[in-house]
Design a protein. Sequence first.
Length: 665
Amino acid sequence: MEAFTKAQKRIEELKREIEKHNYHYYVLDDPLISDSQFDLLMRELMELENQFPELLTPDSPSQRVGGEPLKGFKTFQHRTPLLSLGNAFGKEELLDFHRRVVNSLGEDVEFIVEHKVDGLSIGLYYENGILQVGATRGDGETGEDVTHNIKTIGNVPLRIKEPLPLVAVRGEAYMPKDSFEKLNQEKEEKGEPLFANPRNAAAGSIRQLNPKIAASRDLRVIVYDVMDLEGKEIHTHSEDLEFLREQGFSVIESLKSKDINEIATYCEQWGHKRHDLPYEIDGMVIKVNNKEQQRQLGYTSKSPRWAIAYKFPAEQGITRLLDIVVKVGRTGAVTPNAILEPVKLAGTTVSRATLHNEDFIKEKDILIGDYVVIQKAGEIIPEVVEVVKEKRTGEERVFSLPEYCPECSSKVVRLEGEAVARCTGKTICPAQVREGIIHFASRNAMDIEGLGPSIVTLLFEKELIKNFADLYYLKFEDIVNLERMGEKSAQNLLASIEKSKEASLHQLIFALGIPLVGQKAAKILAENFGSIDKLSKATEDELIAIHEIGSKIAQSIISFFNEEQNRAILERLKQAGVKMESEIPEIKEGALVGKTFVITGTLEKYSRKEAQELIESLGGKVSSSVSKKTDYVVAGASPGSKYDKAQQLGVSILDEESFIKLMGE
Ligand code: IVH
């Protein structure tokens, strides 16, 4: 019973702690702890919930990782229909809306202006403060119950501050633009079909039966409306937004104004600045602030009369496709790119657009010389939407992918089931090698500051480096005279390269560019093997025994380490002093025989259970309370009263680092 009560108390503590960190990370964008510290808290919670399944509640953050797939979607009847909005195209139509509202009310009107987020509209239903249902808008009355996926979204509170009988909230689920780009890049590398835009990516991730998919994607929800509220009265929309903020949501930014000219200017300005936002917006929403006035204005059959969507003009342009060139990526993917007659679009001059792959060109029937409609999808890479066939002259030419790589003349092949064709040149292909070095130095890999694509290209073209191991053998005199370099930059660059030798093992594994091994897999491999040496000797069975590693990834790892050239590069990295293992030292058997430990607070590298197992495996004992007989108290972050007791009794207190050292001695 005591264990149960203790677990109950700890679970409650952990739930609050984890949700606090989620809020700081996702809503405030200001994390308080590292990812690995967060993982430890989550792991401890999941272990306790496993031990005491009766203590698992629907608001537990452990539910965010995504459980078993559903067999099918349940429909969900919204309590109040999720209406859509009427549109205003341009300032004139906005002024018409204003005139209608003011004439109808016959009094002063205050408005709230918000971004119109281009995502997937959803309703969130909280009962007594706990999230019960998350559902898509559907036709407005009936949506799909996607609670299992919504719960995986980090900035959706599973429990809100005030436990009111009912709070129904409306918002938009979206994928941040940079995450969308990254996801599509990964898909492109894997030869999978791409998402057309962030909106489709968000919808495609949420309307999935398997919640692991949503959990693995960077999704967010931003809220902008309280649809139903029981147990509290709110009189204005701006107070709704304030209330939502207090409850822990990410809330839409807003402007309050009575001046329609100011509102129009604000909308137009956002039309130009929209590209700076992390999410896509396709317009602005203007709402009457006072709810009594909203009630008086009422609704048409489809939309409220008290609000309108100001739509931005479409960001498309027409230009001529002058040529199609192919680019060879790090994994050999040969992707066609359109060279365009430069055209101004969304504030920038566009002269290139992605064409993704051969099928895309065939489907859209794109010919060299065509006039094409282009659009900035996902804001960053412009895309060809369609061909203006009426403008064809008959001079246009069909494009076909080259049979041989333009960079190394190796055969280009397209494997069955893959959307992309690949150069088979691997290590003899300069493009693949160069892109591989760029990847090696990039932020999430070895994070070599100052070594961006242009410097890598320069070093590579001057034959100062042939692979990424060569970076560690560069000398000051090699680089100081390069274009735009100089003494200071050369010193800085060498210092950054030197510093990267201490990068974490998972960064190095990711940096190696093993096909199919992304950042997440690299972390898992680092945790499981602890060194490049052990990873390079891993068998397929050992690899696939790890939960997240499938046989395709396992084979890719094995063939990477089998290649003579890769082994030689790794040896040179090692010789240069690049760290090839995790920080945790090898543990000596029997190092702790006869010693009694007490653990308090949260450790960064181990869960309580893991630390206990470690101590025991080395011959030590773990006790739950501090006494004079205790040899060491291991204190992690936020230690409890045991820490004070240890101080009173004069027991040695170890922080995590000293604890690890002790095990290694
Ligand atoms: S208000 C009755 N505010 O735009 C209130 N909608 O047709 C109706 N949307 O699908 C919604 N951002 O999902 C509102 N700040 C915002 C919005 C917003 C995006 C979506 C909404 C709906 C569409 C309008």
